[in-house]
Design a protein around this ligand. Sequence first.
Ligand code: IMP
Ligand code: MG
Length: 178
Amino acid sequence: MNGDLESIVLTEEQIGQKVKEAAAWLDARFNGEYPLAISVLKGSVMFFCDLVRAMKTPVQIDFMTVSSYGSGSKTTGVPKIVMDLAASVEGRDVILVEDIVDSGNTLVRMRDLILGRGAKSFTVVALMDKPSRRVVDVKADYACYEIGDEFIVGYGLDYAQKYRTLPYIGILKREIYE
Ligand code: IMP
Ligand code: MG
């Protein structure tokens, strides 16, 4: 385990199992369709790549970069679109793949944007969910794992751009970010 972590939340094997279950849920929902799967960069990229490959349903993939943090561990509240989608979402079944739903601000921003552009449906799959931190009333349609008010890193999740490439997810020691 990386020395900056306090404990492991999900091992590589446990993540693999969660990914399979999420893929099966999506396959059941989108059987016979051709949805547009969107990765919210950068945090969801590892999860996204594993998820779309675990699905039997073919999907179109696209990417969007949204930034809600400076370099700290507290959200600034106003998510900014740093890089927009290449594809049109009009008339499409959109699957939004998020790393973690925290305050919910990013999700609301993405939902309003994508539905505002005329998507036919909007489904959110999140790797992690922190329901106790929610400030806006929004929910992922599918969340792989719920966690309390802890700051976690690894498997795409960062603190000041670090730890994203760890293959597992762990709780960051408070002394690192306080
Ligand atoms: P929200 O807009 O507050 O729901 O959170 C948006 C983003 O904050 C997430 O997509 C993550 O990129 C980031 N975030 C929230 N909690 C954590 C965490 O515990 N570790 C790493 N990133 C986090
Ligand atoms: Mg994110």
